[in-house]
Structure formats: structure tokens, C-alpha cells
Design a protein around this ligand. Structure first.
Ligand code: FES
Length: 108
């Protein structure tokens, strides 16, 4: 099996309720990850794109955080409604979705 062209990291890190940093998990990242994996498969991209869950990607206040490598493109506040656009524009056309790009902020 060839190496994937892209790897998508979806932060699913969880913190206890009330933690001031919050977490991607409390913002629905686990179901987001499942939906993204399903959509990648439906689009026939699963041979070229790997979807992996990961722990904290250090932008907790902007979650759910999704990073696409090797493009070094980071998305903030991703919802299920954004996934089709990410698949079509970024994964199929190679055009990152500008409106979802992580602002240039320090690591948290
Ligand atoms: S909890 Fe997701 S980036 Fe930190």
C-alpha cells in the first residue's frame, strides 16, 4: 500500500469540565473525526488521505482543530458543516479553505 499523500490530524483531546483551557473534545471533535473519516471514504480519498485522531494541537481555544500535513495547513473551529468544503477544496483541488484558517497566534 502506498504512503498517503496527506495526513489529517483531528484533535480529540479532552479535559475535565470547567478547565479554563477547554478542549476540542467538548466541542464535538470526536464525532467530527468520525464524520471526516466517513466522508473521506465516501469520496474515495481514503487511499490517498489518512485521518488520525490526536491529542492536543496547542490551539485549544480555537477548537476543534484540524491540521493537514504535509501542507502545514491548520483549521480552527471546524464543524461538520465544513467537512465537505475541506474535502472538495483542499483534498480534491489542493486549495485550502481560507475562511477556516487558523490565525497566526502563539501556541497555547
Ligand atoms: S484540546 Fe484541541 S488543540 Fe488543545
Amino acid at each position: 500500500m502506498p504512503s498517503p499523500e496527506r495526513q489529517i490530524l483531528v484533535c480529540i483531546n479532552a479535559r475535565p469540565p470547567g478547565n479554563p483551557k477547554g478542549s476540542c473534545s467538548e466541542k464535538g471533535a470526536q464525532s467530527l473525526s468520525d464524520a471526516l473519516r466517513d466522508l473521506v471514504r465516501e469520496r474515495g480519498l481514503d487511499g490517498r488521505v489518512m485521518v488520525n485522531r490526536t491529542m492536543c494541537l496547542k490551539h485549544c481555544s480555537r477548537g476543534p482543530v484540524v491540521a493537514i500535513q504535509p501542507d502545514n495547513v491548520w483549521y480552527a473551529g471546524v464543524t461538520a458543516d465544513d467537512l465537505a468544503e475541506i474535502c472538495t477544496d483542499h483534498l480534491e483541488k489542493g486549495q485550502p479553505v481560507e475562511r477556516l484558517l487558523m490565525p497566526d497566534i502563539p501556541w497555547e
